[in-house]
Ligand binder design. Sequence first.
Ligand code: ATP
Length: 701
Amino acid sequence: MRNGQKSELLTLHTRPKIELRSAIPGRERWDVPCLYRRLELALVVEHNLQKQAGIVDVRANPVTGRMLVRYDPAVLSVSEKVKTLILAVLDTFLAPHTSENDARSTELSLYRLLQTVPPKRQLALSAPASSVVSSLLQTLTPLVFVMPLATAISGGSLLLTALGITGKVPQLLVMSSLGAAIFGLFGLADYYRKKQWNALAHAIEHDMRLNVFAHMQELDMASLGDLSTGQKLHLVVNDTSELRTFFEDGPHELIRTLTAFTLVGTAAIVISPSLALTALLPLPLLWWVARYVNQRSAPAYAPVQEATSDLSHLLTSNLSGLETIKSFTAETYELEQVRHSSEAVRQRNAEAVSVSGFLSNLMQLAFVSSLLLTGTVGGVLFIQGAISAMGYITMVFCAPMFLQSVHSLDRLNGSYQRAAVAAQRLFELLDTPVRIISGHQSLPAAEIRGHITLQNVSFSYDPGFEVLHDITLHIPANATTAIIGPTGSGKTTLIKLILRFYDTGMGHVVIDGIDVRQWVLHDLRTAIGLVSQDVYLFPGTVHENILYGRPDASEAEVTEAARVAEAHDFILQLPQGYETIIGERGQKLSGGQRQRLSIARAILKNAPILILDEATASVDGETEAAIQRSIARLSDQRTIIIIAHRLSTVRHANIIYVLDNGQLREQGDHETLMCQQGLYATLWNVHNGLVIPSPVEPQET
Ligand SMILES: Nc1ncnc2c1ncn2[C@@H]1O[C@H](COP(=O)(O)OP(=O)(O)OP(=O)(O)O)[C@@H](O)[C@H]1O
């Protein structure tokens, strides 16, 4: 960040003024003047506001000084809450010390990013070197025209005459050939330069994308829980590509500008100091016009971007809710919404084109005026004999390149800032420590017996809100254990602790006598087959999805796993059987079919511990009973844990644990628990319609 911007940040630490422009439930547009022309602040505020609970999406626009906030009305019911959040985030980043730290950390991030470049040693050297060569040649390209022209109108080249080439026509031919050679060389050098920077930029993007993705995979659920899928995607795709965009052009633009300044400036001073001064004269004017145009042409397009973003948001939500729209016969209403939104894009675009057309003419006018000034003053100096024809022509041809640099430097600044903020966001994630550290105790799956013990386990997702309280229980090997309890009682949480998606706050989870924290994480998770509540299937074929459980399994093993999961018959009825493509998240299958595929996948994994978390909730009773029978046959070779709300599913389990509100209330087999006449018996009776649940009793399990 520039010093000027730093001080700008420092001066703005009084409470910012913000004003609501428009609001509909779930979406508000705010005027936030302190964001105006402060790209970096806008990006940082946008990033941090997005992390707040209830905020769905934020667009902070430094060009208009406005902010669009999409939020979840269920969490942030009133506008005042959104306002409080915006002010809290602004306060944090406008406070003097924080701003400076933030500026420093942005710069540090870019510096850290540059440190990742040297390992790409060859590219790190060849890209800047090719830029220097290409820039030198580009600065010389005006000579392609200057040399023949000067030869034709002057008395000929003294140098060529001295070399024995006399006569204007031969000299003209030599000059033209030399010019063509320079131009040709520049073409080659620039082609090579583009390839080098492109390769380096893509290598940086590729490495960063892989690092960030790998780190996301390693991070525990608690660290990632703050980021929405959209934000994760933004980091992996958009922020990394922001770095590539900068490296593709930014450093080369800088080298080119410096080369043009140095070469043309030196040439101008050698030819005539007064002409050099003349060439510099229009610079302040041009700088001012370039800034004016850049600052105003972006605002002209900002409303177009906002309208386009609104339209795409509307389309995305409409297209994903097509079934709901149809069921409420709201097609006409939705079409009107889209028509209105699309019309806004068209109108704003027309307005933007008329403004930007004017601004581009203004820029051209400033550019031509600058050239005319140099040309006129140079012409006067030539007439007075202060400079030669060659010098005059050289300046007239070189000045445009010199002056153009001013325009590109201003653009470069914007691209640099976007890359610096993207780098900061990426390093912020990479710096998030991995909290679930693998242990050193290695245990091959074949040697695992599958005794699981929870010793005085307490756990909370958020400090102060304990969801499991002092649980001690034993899950025997080669038997079926059921965990039941009312919704939200902590059943899934308990499973997550066994898998080490989270670590216990207090107490121990022990498998085969070893604390799970001592296990090699890979071994632990390989030893457990999980069918979770939220079935996730990959967009591919049925066969590929089952094979995900054990990629080296044979055809026969895949079919056998499908049979055990009662999936084989329905798979054969699909259009292409096992080769049927099941669509995104398996959307071409019914809920029950999806569940059976995920059971088959877990069975194929053939892990010594199999956990079924509401795995048969969406299949009919008959199919469920068949799956139960198949799984029961597996239970003498492995530990099976079943979580189910349908109590008939767990009736035959060897041991049933009843959780209630994070506490272990009862344990025993079905008969024992029924005799106890406690919570289990009540739930069983409710389940079988023997008791009508009262509002104070648990409604269902
Ligand atoms: N990632 C999370 N962050 C914060 N709280 C959570 C998280 N996941 C679950 N909880 C809370 O922990 C408690 C137990 O949730 P859990 O999913 O373990 O219940 P459950 O018994 O499996 O419920 P269900 O039968 O509805 O699946 C609930 O109060 C829930 O709100």
